[in-house]
Structure formats: structure tokens, C-alpha cells
Design a protein around this ligand. Structure first.
Ligand SMILES: Nc1ncnc2c1ncn2[C@@H]1O[C@H](COP(=O)(O)OP(=O)(O)OP(=O)(O)O)[C@@H](O)[C@H]1O
Ligand SMILES: [Mg+2]
Length: 306
């Protein structure tokens, strides 16, 4: 067994009366692309801050590449690059200076470090802004600097806490190209995002945190199969007026000749539904079913939807 990239055991964090983490166990393998999801306040950033050594856990332990984040802080920190959720910078430094300072913090200098820094500036489309002061940058650009800053020391493990919040579509796309490249090159990636389609497209394994506990932890495909609902869309020849009594609790949307229903797998039968519509006087023209996506599974798991 290789040493896990991230190893978390019984992690707890209490802020006054708030239990932000209530005993989290988690292992991320080297080279994995891992998604850490959960609603606002679930404890994602708290967990990440503990890994980064910014917050002390109330109980439990965490290791990065085998290094304890408290007793072996320097080595753990060196193996880790964190893109924080909050954008905080000293506004008087330029982008390049910030990256130079960050490299210095890890004792890195010389042509190799500079080459990598320039490569990061290029990959994150920051070349034009490299000598601009941080305060002259837009929100999305500052976020790119955060990403570059997290990567200056080429950490094995890269954790991104909502890297695409408030980022435009073009940059988001180029960001994912870059993150995928890091992953291909062997880096372990942990991603936190509220854009579930991003997580669905990128992550191999996903943990869903809910009120400080892991509500689900599985490979993406297995998680998607857990959904209890799927969608049935029926197109009818007649304009859809009133939906028949027996189907009303399943209706998601009604539009002209179309009704979208949410089916409970294993309970609702499609022939039965079509029959109900037929008896109500509708002629079925077309139908389509759609399996749940990650958003669906997420809502089922976090909101306890029936
Ligand atoms: N420094 C702090 N002091 C007090 N409470 C805190 C602190 N940091 C976090 N909390 C609380 O801990 C809980 C978890 O917060 P956390 O920021 O980890 O959530 P999150 O999953 O990152 O949410 P989001 O999706 O909104 O970023 C929340 O109830 C929050 O209010
Ligand atoms: Mg957060």
C-alpha cells in the first residue's frame, strides 16, 4: 500500500458551540482526483484549514503524504498546495512579487523556480498582469493568483476550495484544462465546489459532508447509481391541462404538450404512469427518461429528500 496522499482519522472541530466537524475519517490515494462536496457550513473549509495547518483540530489526526499536519507541520505543508476560498492579499505587491515571496517561504529560488513561476503565469493567463499591483486586479484574476500561489512549490497534493466561484466561463474552462494537466502529471487533486456538474465531470471519488459528518463517500459512478429518483418526460398530442390526480405528487414541470415527472425507482412503473395519462384522455407522442445526475444525488443525500 502506498502512503495515502491524505489520511484523516476521527477529525473533530468545535468553534464555541458549533460542531464544525464531528468525527471525519477519510483517505485519499496518491494521484486521485477527489471531490469534497457539501452544503454551506458543512465543514469543508474547516477540514481544509486543518490540513493546511491554519486551524487546530479539537480531536483526531491528519497526515499529508504521511506527515502529521501538527507534529510534522513543515513537511506536511511542503507536500500541500491550498487554494483558499477567501481571497486575501497584500494589495501593495505585484503578482510576480507575491509568487516570489511564496517561493521564498519554501526556501525555493534559482532558475528552475523562476521557470516554473513563469509557466504558471502563462498557464493561468496572468502574464499581462504579472507586474500589476494586486489591488488593480479583478476578482477573477485574484483567484488565478491564488491558484498560482498554491502551486509555486509544486506540491504533491493540491486542494482547491471553490476555485471557480465568481470566475467567468472562459477562465473556468482553461482552469480545468490546467488542473487536469496537474492530475495527469501525478498530482493528487482535492476539489471543493458548488458547481456539481464540475465535480461530476472531473472527480473519480466523492465525499459529501453534511453537518460535519461524511454522509456519503464513494466512487462517482457508484454514487450516481444510489439515486432513488429518475426523470420521465412525456410528450402528449393534447395540451397538458390538469395533470391526472394520481401523478400530481410526481410532477416537476408542466409545459404545453409536456409533463416532467420524478419517478421513485423500484416503486413507480412507467407503464402504470402512461396508463394513467391514457385513461385521463391523453395521447402519448413521445417519452424520455433521464437518470439522476450528481445534483440529484446530492440533494437526496443532503436534504433527505424522499
Ligand atoms: N472561525 C470560525 N469561528 C466560528 N465558527 C466557524 C469558524 N469557521 C467556521 N465556522 C463554522 O463552522 C461550520 C463549518 O464552516 P465551513 O466554513 O467549514 O463550511 P463550508 O463547508 O466550507 O461552507 P461553504 O460551502 O459555505 O464554504 C459553520 O457552521 C461555520 O459557521
Ligand atoms: Mg467553505
Amino acid at each position: 500500500m502506498p502512503v495515502p496522499a491524505i489520511q484523516i482519522e476521527g477529525l473533530q472541530k468545535r468553534f464555541g458551540r458549533v460542531d464544525a466537524l464531528r468525527g471525519v475519517d477519510l483517505e485519499v490515494a496518491p494521484g486521485e482526483f477527489f471531490g469534497l462536496l457539501g452544503p454551506n457550513g458543512a465543514g469543508k473549509s474547516t477540514l481544509i484549514n486543518i490540513l493546511a495547518g491554519l486551524t487546530r483540530a479539537s480531536a483526531g489526526a491528519a497526515r499529508i503524504c504521511g506527515h502529521d499536519v501538527v507534529s510534522d507541520y513543515r513537511r506536511a505543508r511542503k507536500a500541500l498546495g491550498v487554494v483558499p476560498q477567501e481571497v486575501v492579499f497584500d494589495p501593495f505587491f505585484s503578482v510576480r512579487e507575491i509568487l516570489r515571496i511564496q517561493a521564498g517561504y519554501f526556501g525555493l529560488k534559482g532558475p528552475e523556480t523562476e521557470r516554473w513561476r513563469e509557466e504558471l503565469l502563462a498557464a493561468l493567463m496572468l502574464e499581462d498582469k504579472a507586474d500589476a499591483n494586486m489591488r488593480a486586479l479583478s476578482g477573477g484574476m485574484k483567484r488565478r493568483v491564488l491558484i498560482a500561489q498554491a502551486l509555486v512549490h509544486r506540491p504533491q497534493v493540491v486542494i482547491l476550495d471553490e476555485p471557480t466561484a465568481g470566475v467567468d466561463v472562459e477562465l473556468r474552462t482553461s482552469l480545468w484544462v490546467f488542473i487536469r494537466r496537474l492530475h495527469r502529471e501525478g498530482h493528487t487533486i482535492v476539489l471543493t465546489t458548488h458547481y456539481l456538474e464540475e465535480a461530476e465531470a472531473l472527480c473519480e471519488r466523492i465525499a459529501i459532508l453534511k453537518q460535519g459528518r461524511i454522509a456519503a463517500l464513494d466512487r462517482k459512478q457508484a454514487l450516481l447509481r444510489r439515486a432513488v429518483h429518475k426523470t420521465l418526460t412525456v410528450t402528449t398530442a393534447e395540451v397538458m391541462g390538469t395533470v391526472p390526480e394520481g401523478l400530481r405528487d410526481k410532477v416537476r414541470k408542466v409545459a404545453d404538450h409536456c409533463v416532467e415527472l420524478s419517478l421513485h425507482k423500484g416503486v413507480d412503473s412507467i407503464p402504470g404512469i402512461l396508463e394513467t395519462l391514457r385513461v385521463a384522455g391523453y395521447t402519448i407522442v413521445d417519452l424520455a427518461t433521464e437518470e439522476a445526475d450528481l445534483e440529484e444525488v446530492f440533494l437526496e443525500l443532503t436534504q433527505g429528500r424522499p
